[in-house]
Design a protein around this ligand. Structure first.
Ligand code: GDP
Ligand code: IMO
Ligand code: MG
Length: 434
């Protein structure tokens, strides 16, 4: 039985939520394996829009099991708020359709605060580096996880050990806060924060690796839902302008507890142009009226923070890199409709760095800032592709653009998306087909 891993192949916001929702009809279980509520996924179903941050996009479909794996950082208060918001839209979430790994790390208010402190004053308290984070506490929570002092979901069930763990955590954080000139945080404050949500969170806890292993053996189809994008990966991304987790497909195994041999089809969600939110290098960025056109037509505003996304031409060199670092089997090309009406389209095929031609983005921050994109130019199309549901609905030039993308990135298009609506999707190859 094929399982499918969905990941973003650019800087996030490629349309993963829409595609995961669409694919989840074919799946039994949908698993988040990294990131936290820094993700913002918008699904549109029959005109109704659902915005998800922490919950897997499969939750809106009745009868599917949604799972938050151990690789995710969970803000318990944000989790409860998201569950309540969805309840208001008629989506009921109970332990029958949501499980949370008992070994997942918790995000606390002190993480969120620290994230904000570092971002404020143009990052002065972070050595002058402003990342433009979502201020959700993601980075600080992962730091505590790797520092082996994190509070995890299972700790909420054991008040005695929780108290000692909070004490240890605060020894670290209060030292840090004193250095930053911030007031110290009391043990009681954090204990109160945690015990106030324990009763709501604990019913969802599960030994996720065990449950997934049992389900896999039973023949269940598992869909892994990545957050962010490959260029935001802590190792493979544009460091330090990245998120604090591995976002590449390999993390689906480590972040859920299922062995890599069972991952199956790797579907890279790829926007037909490029966007980025937050700071950092962006070789094909367009600061002219075309960039503005893409932003307006594509409604490129962050789901989480409402920030304007930076827009640019499709960068085939970057996506080719993602095809390699993720082992992408095929891509879902989204937002093709946003390019309708442009006279010509450019695609970046590689870069020039200090006069030399290179075919990938180098790892060095200084070099990333200096690369100059090399473009090919394609003729645009005047017809509308909005809502197209089959190849035959696409103008010849749009098909040419898609074929050119496939050739340059070295991976085929499995799905094409032509509007935010769930069903405005063209299926070329079914990733779940055995
Ligand atoms: P994610 O973070 O990868 O899940 O993507 P987001 O949901 O943050 O951003 C993608 C945005 O594009 C959302 O508002 C979607 O509703 C929208 N979207 C997804 N696919 C398409 C498409 O094919 N065409 C258009 N016009 N919008 C799309
Ligand atoms: P989805 O899942 C786009 C960006 C932030 C910032 C950097 C670090 O919707 O694609 P963080 O809060 O993670 O420490 O911020 O990463 N970022 C995203 N950009 N889409 C996302 O998620 C993102 N999640 C984080 O803007 O530049
Ligand atoms: Mg998003």
């Amino acid at each position: 039985m094929t399982n499918v891993v969905v990941i973003g192949s650019q800087w996030g916001d490629e349309g993963k939520g829409k595609i995961v929702d669409w694919l989840s009809e074919r799946a039994d279980i949908v698993v988040r394996f990294q990131g936290g509520h820094n993700a913002g996924h918008t699904l549109v179903i029959d005109g109704t829009s659902y915005k998800l941050s922490l919950l897997p996009s499969g939750v809106v479909r009745p009868g599917k099991m949604a799972v938050i794996g151990n690789g995710v950082v969970v803000d318990p208060h944000a989790l409860c708020a998201e569950i309540d918001k969805l309840a208001g839209q008629g989506v009921t979430i109970t332990p029958d359709n949501l499980r949370i790994a008992d070994n997942a790390t918790l995000i606390l208010s002190l993480h969120r605060e620290l994230d904000g402190i570092r971002e404020d004053a143009a990052g002065k308290s972070n050595g002058g580096v402003k990342i433009g984070t979502t201020r959700r506490g993601i980075g600080p929570a992962y730091e505590d996880k790797v520092g082996r002092r994190a509070i995890r979901v299972m700790d909420l069930a054991d008040i005695d050990t929780l108290s000692a763990k909070v004490e240890r955590l605060l020894t670290h954080h209060n030292a840090l806060r004193r250095g930053l000139g911030e007031p110290e945080i009391s043990h009681d404050t954090i204990m109160q924060e945690l015990t106030s949500v324990a009763d709501r969170v604990l019913p969802f806890r599960d030994t996720v690796w065990l449950m997934l292993d049992r389900e896999r053996r039973r023949g269940a189809r598992i869909l892994f839902e990545g957050a962010q994008g490959s260029l935001l990966d802590i190792d493979h991304g544009t460091y330090p302008y990245v998120t604090s987790s591995n976002t590449v497909a390999g993390q689906a195994a480590a972040g859920s507890g299922m062995g890599p041999g069972s991952l199956g089809y790797i579907l890279g969600i790829t926007k037909a142009y490029t966007t980025r939110v937050g700071e950092g290098p962006f070789p094909t960025e367009l600061t002219d009226e075309i960039g503005q056109f893409l932003g307006e037509r594509g409604h490129e505003f962050g789901t989480v923070t409402g920030r304007k996304r930076r827009c640019g031409w499709f960068d085939a060199a970057l996506v080719r890199q993602s095809v390699a670092t993720n082992g992408i089997t095929g891509i879902a090309l989204t937002k093709l409709d946003v390019l309708d009406g442009l006279d010509e389209l450019k695609i970046c095929v590689g870069y020039t760095l200090d006069g030399e031609e290179i075919d990938h983005l180098p790892a060095s921050q200084g070099q990333q800032a200096r690369v100059v994109p090399k473009y090919i130019t394609l003729e645009g199309w005047k017809e509308s592709t909005v809502g197209a549901r089959k190849w035959a609905d696409l103008p010849a030039q749009a098909i040419k653009y898609v074929r050119q993308v496939e050739e340059l990135i070295g991976a085929p298009v499995a799905l094409l998306s032509t509007s935010p609506e769930r069903d405005d999707t063209i299926l070329v190859t079914d990733p779940f087909e055995d």
